[in-house]
Design a protein. Structure first.
Length: 473
């Protein structure tokens, strides 16, 4: 294998530093959750002492706990001035347009509108899809809302301004059947977001300490002081200034650059990976001894290894890893032709994680590259193909091959172990790896596996008759 170049070493060092920072942040967050758990334990103890368990169950029916939700409380300013304006109707029309703009921005960043009383608005990230990126999504949305309304005020005679508060934490959502807005939210963290929004200066975004800890890699803030919050005491408040300079876009109409997208995609991948592995663990048929969750993890790991060794950019490696997570998900629906169903899952699921269509199309193309026979058209397709059949040149080839054999038997295949091993010799002999990395890592051992299979067959050579195939990829 070719030596690792300096750029790769630099990237690995940067990833190590970033991992250390994330570890410190995680420890701080864990301490906060431990404190909250202490309060919860005291609460549960009181419930038992007063014999209120049955009443609590009634209250909790239809209630769901969300572990991490970012809430935006948007306060509309301008109503005091409205009564003195001759163009009051025009201003109300302008306000309606602002509401529509906020709705569009909320949809863009995957935020859910929460029922409120009056003209103020609450949006929540992490409700429709639970994810780790919702603090960043919420802050980007708030940043865009404020900038758009401030720009409108500068360019027209609009009287409207907003102040926005953002707080992140666990909340309770009560399900509302048959409603367009399926949850009403409650808990001290909802009150905290509302208090931050009410205290935010006009044209500004105020964020809590919890939100700040989760977005500080991406955004500049200034400490603005403290506000009192019911049940929580004094809360530290930070004023959102801008996106970190190195992550801002120079292109007109675009907020962030590729470096921002890359840092965001690392968190995004963690969400997608957790979702997909949980789904595969729950829904893959039990007869899939080879096309299992372990195989998905193996492929996802291997595409990263080969991608770095082949000198790919981190953004391309991220696409490969996502494609690896999805490439066999179609087995949930069908065995033959599962690649097409895997593409359907990608198209259905990835938009929930704010994945752009351009990237989804690339991922679907990589998934289809795992369908045999197929000749790769670029390095991305070559890498995922080599990763999908990596086991052919690994030392654990025989036990992995036997898992695929057992899978075929469970699906009704009629072939002996000798026939299967003859088929494997035939398949491996015709197979080729497409990347230099895979050839350097696996080709020699692949030839050794052929010899080993001959030994298992008692040095018999493949026969043309009674050889039945099985699906490899």
């Amino acid at each position: 294998m070719a030596p690792v170049n300096e750029n790769v070493l630099k990237q690995l060092k940067e990833l190590g530093k970033r991992s250390e920072k994330l570890g410190d942040s995680l420890q701080w967050l864990l301490s906060q959750y431990e404190s909250q758990n202490t309060y919860d334990e005291q609460y549960q103890k009181l419930i038992k002492e007063f014999g209120l368990e049955d009443e609590l169950r009634k209250v909790q029916k239809g209630v769901k706990r969300f572990e991490m939700v970012s809430m935006l409380y948007i306060v509309i300013h301008g109503f005091n001035e409205l009564m003195h304006r001759e163009d009051a109707q025009e201003q109300m029309d302008c306000l309606d347009e602002i509401y529509f703009n906020i709705q569009d921005i909320a949809q863009k960043y995957g935020l859910t509108k929460v029922p409120t009383i009056g003209d103020n608005i609450m949006l929540a990230g992490g409700i429709a899809t639970q994810n780790k990126t919702n603090p960043i999504d919420a802050t980007l949305a708030a940043f865009e809302i404020v900038n758009r309304i401030n720009r409108r005020k500068d360019e027209t005679n609009s009287i409207w301004e907003v102040g926005i508060g953002i707080h992140t934490g666990p909340i309770l959502g009560r399900f509302l059947p048959g409603k367009n807005l399926p949850y009403t939210l409650s808990g001290s963290n909802v009150l905290a977001a509302a208090r931050l929004g009410s205290a935010a200066p006009k044209g500004h975004v105020s964020v809590s300490l919890m939100t700040y800890e989760l977005i500080k890699e991406f955004f500049e803030v200034n400490q603005a002081g403290k506000v009192p919050v019911k049940y929580s005491g004094l809360m530290d408040v930070y004023d959102l200034i801008d996106i970190v300079p190195s992550l801002r876009s120079d292109e007109p109409g675009k907020l962030v650059n590729e470096e921002f997208d890359l840092a965001y995609s690392r968190l995004q991948f963690m969400d997608i990976q957790e979702y997909m592995l949980d789904m595969l663990e729950e829904k893959l048929p039990k007869y899939l001894h080879y096309h299992s969750v372990k195989h998905t993890i193996d492929v996802t790991t291997e595409v990263e290894l080969i991608g770095w060794a082949e000198g790919l950019s981190e953004s391309d490696i991220m696409l490969l890893k996502v494609a690896g997570l999805f490439h066999d998900s179609g087995h949930i629906v069908t065995y033959a032709g599962h690649e097409e169903e895997s593409c359907n899952f990608a198209q259905e699921i990835l938009p929930r994680f704010n994945y752009p269509q351009e990237k989804i199309d690339k991922i679907k193309r990589m998934i289809m590259a795992t369908k045999l026979p197929h000749t790769p058209t670029d390095i991305l397709e070559a890498i995922i193909q080599d990763s999908d059949l990596d086991y052919l040149g690994r030392t654990d080839f025989v036990p992995v091959s036997n898992m695929l054999y057992q899978e075929l038997l469970d699906r009704g295949a009629n072939l002996t172990i000798d026939q299967w091993n003859e088929n494997q010799i035939k398949f491996i002999s015709a197979h080729q790896y497409y990347t230099n990395t895979a050839r350097n890592l696996r080709e020699v051992n692949k030839q050794s596996q052929i010899e080993h299979l001959h030994e298992l067959l008692g040095h018999k050579r493949p026969s043309a008759e009674n050889v039945q195939g099985g699906q490899q990829a």
